[in-house]
Design a protein. Structure first.
Lengths: 197, 197
């Protein structure tokens, strides 16, 4: 289909999440047809990101600075630490603008099935960070899955004895959610978390 | 969201067809997390494609060689010329393996609305190519849209007087298609193209 360089580009694009072989082919064709607008800027953006973006040694966020913009922002509440699984979760919370504390990115969840143990995640760093001082509360903002909740319980256990509050996210009916589409687990959590109106 | 270089990468990815802001963010994160497997190979593939892929001066196909692999393949029937709108159509036909002649890529369709006239497409080159000699039949494999059929009629007109056959693709029920999902135009075409069993 027109040269090994085209095939190679299609294959490199098809390895990205969300792009199958068909959409990778479409993207490759668009890139080759509009080189000044699409291809050249993408090469430059990739090269700049490869050269400048690093993992924050404090919290695990991705940024061009280390410590990252969140960790070095003096206006944020250093006493509030939000633990998330992934940088994508940190970005989601930042987009919402709802949280003004700091973060700690674990880099995944504990999973016996996938062989992910505590030493594979940034848990030791979290315990050290919390033990070092200023933290008042740790919010475990992990997925409401078996792995996420197992990880939350494990971390809560590791933080026992420190004079801090450890909290988890509230479970219940998502805003805009319709009851008849919810699973039993969510309904159960929503009933248990009922509150007076 | 973590550095202007990350934002720039997300924006460059979001301009690709099939990737919105959300999937571009996901792709950027995957690229940054798996640099050796995803980011570096993509930079190299893009650079190689930018340097080596060109438009075939004969037919308009994209390839690392000019004339392209299809045009220089001596085993193909040089008397059969398939006219397509876009390189993507040529690739689709090549993947099917059904056609063993040569191609001519127009680069679009005539469109008064978008200001695309005959001089904006590779139509002059097609007329010269057919006039030069070996072509027996021109197959106008254009979309069954108003623009595609207008373009087909215009080209058929321009090729009048040359001792060749000009044909178009058959219209009718697509294989696997269900009657109650088809539009009236397709049903009409299918009825007119009915054949004895």
């Amino acid at each position: 289909m027109g040269g090994s360089d085209i095939e190679r580009l299609i294959q490199a694009l098809a390895r990205l999440p969300g792009l199958g072989p068909r959409s990778a082919r479409r993207a490759a064709l668009a890139l080759l047809k509009r080189r000044d607008v699409l291809l050249q800027p993408l090469i430059e953006a990739l090269a700049a990101a490869a050269a400048n973006v690093r993992s924050c040694s404090e919290c695990g966020n991705l940024d061009t600075a280390d410590p990252c913009a969140v960790c070095s922002d003096a206006k944020r509440d250093g006493g509030l630490l939000c633990v998330v699984e992934d940088v994508a979760d940190l970005w989601a919370l930042e987009r919402s603008g709802l949280f003004r504390g700091r973060y700690h990115v674990l880099g995944g969840t504990l999973s016996a099935l996938d062989g992910v143990g505590p030493e594979d995640l940034r848990i030791g760093g979290l315990v050290r960070r919390v033990g070092a001082g200023t933290t008042r509360e740790v919010i475990l903002a992990l997925s409401a899955t078996v792995e996420g909740q197992t990880t939350a319980h494990y971390i809560a256990d590791r933080l026992k004895g420190l004079a801090i509050i450890v909290s988890g996210l509230g479970h219940g009916v998502p805003v805009g959610g319709e009851l008849n589409y919810l699973d039993d687990g969510t309904l159960d959590a929503a009933l248990k978390a009922r509150r007076p109106l």
